[in-house]
Ligand binder design. Structure first.
Ligand code: HH2
Length: 378
């Protein structure tokens, strides 16, 4: 989600897109650079911001939304807390409502429900003018989660078709609160609604890094957003679309490679055969039961296709031929031979464990089992 503020006073891009032409160009460039949604806002909600009247907000954003919508090049969300502004923005071509007040106003829920559009439910403690004065929570994660779920329930009940939840980085939160919510994203994502996360260029990045100029905080924003995505955020709200697109492409490549190598284990346990291994003549003559356990570690196939994996039937056949067709004095040798043959036959095996049981070994006295075991890694 690309930030497109058509405001004179936004904390990082205020005044940058003055004029409809400049804003439309910036929105189209954001789609081109990889944004799925361009989020058009006409009121700054930075800490201490002065509220903007709905009429003024409309004057700022509607021409931009109309022109962007007419291109048909991508999705548009409207970043507003005023139901009447949201309604007009949707009529002008917006597809999603992004409400930093979390759809607290029932009229906002009705507007989204009537238009049949998804909405972003964001958490904010208090009002922008004073929210950073002294924010307090009993438990920030539980409090924010409860608010978001409560609002989501109200919105769904009122007919809003679908929602994104946003913990609201920097909206009435200290740095420790923001970070606790970042760490808690796996919990917030578990409720079935995609989570949006927006830390782009915000003040805490300045405090973490010492960078005082908001427009120079894109590297820190990318770092936080990669962490958010790793914890399950479905979407991030950013100023620097191209930079984020590059970072996410690299993260995708890294993840894809990890999946390639992600190995699993298949175990064959208690394979029973009749063998003639042992140093005594009676053992060779009469034979005895041998039980074999094999554990194979290898990269699991990406497709449901036996040709692309290790066929455990073939492993069993190989073990059977070593136990029944060969004869060794020692179960250590038998164990070793089974392992070597599996490694030769199945190059995909990364790690192998073979255990041979000889439960009727010729021992006096009472015992459960005699085993030999070996592990190979390559
Ligand atoms: N942050 C801002 C505005 N809208 N919406 C959502 N869902 N999540 C956010 O984190 C969020 C938001 C504040 O950032 P910005 O738009 O860059 O600045 P300003 O409010 O000064 O225009």
């Amino acid at each position: 989600m690309a930030v497109l503020n058509v405001t004179p006073d936004s904390f990082s891009d205020g005044g940058v897109h003055a004029g409809v032409d400049a804003a439309v160009l910036a929105g189209r460039a954001a789609w081109e650079a990889g944004a799925m949604i361009v989020d058009v806002g006409g009121e700054s909600t930075r800490p201490g911001a002065t509220p903007v009247e709905p009429d003024e907000e409309r004057t700022r954003i509607l021409p931009v939304i109309e022109r962007l919508g007419a291109t048909g090049e991508g999705l548009i969300s409207v970043d507003t807390r005023h139901a009447e502004v949201a309604r007009d923005a949707l009529a002008a071509g917006a597809h999603v409502v992004n409400d930093v007040t979390g759809l607290r106003d029932p009229a906002m829920r009705s507007v989204c429900a009537e238009a049949g559009v998804p909405a972003v439910v964001m958490h904010m403690l208090g009002e922008p003018a004073t929210m950073q004065d002294d924010p307090h929570y009993d438990d920030v994660v539980l409090d924010v989660e409860a608010f978001l779920l409560n609002q989501a329930e109200a919105a769904l009940r009122d007919g809003v078709p679908s929602l994104l939840l946003d913990p609201g980085w920097g909206f009435g939160k200290r740095d420790a609160h923001n970070l606790a919510l970042l760490h808690a994203l796996p919990r917030l994502t578990a409720h079935g609604h995609p989570v949006l996360f927006g830390a782009s260029r915000k003040g805490s990045i300045g405090r973490f890094s010492g960078e005082e100029v908001a427009a120079k905080r894109d590297p820190g924003s990318i770092a936080l957003h990669l962490e958010a995505a790793r914890r399950g955020a479905a979407m991030v709200r950013v100023h620097d679309v191209a930079g984020h697109a590059q970072a996410f492409a690299v993260q995708d490549a890294v993840e894809a490679a990890r999946t390639d190598r992600a190995s699993g284990r298949v175990a064959l346990q208690g394979l029973r055969f009749h063998g003639r291994h042992g140093v005594f003549e009676a053992e060779t003559r009469d034979g005895a039961p041998f039980v074999v356990d094999v554990t194979l570690t290898f990269p699991f196939p990406k497709r449901d296709d036996v040709e692309r994996t290790i066929d455990y039937g073939a492993v069993q056949a190989l073990v059977r031929s070593e136990v029944e067709d060969e004869r060794y004095d020692l179960i250590e040798t038998l164990t070793e031979r089974i392992g070597v043959r599996i490694l030769e036959a199945f190059p995909r095996v990364e790690e192998l464990q073979v255990r041979v049981h000889k439960p009727e070994a010729p021992l006096p006295g009472v015992f459960d089992d005699v085993t030999a075991e070996r592990t190979w890694r390559r």
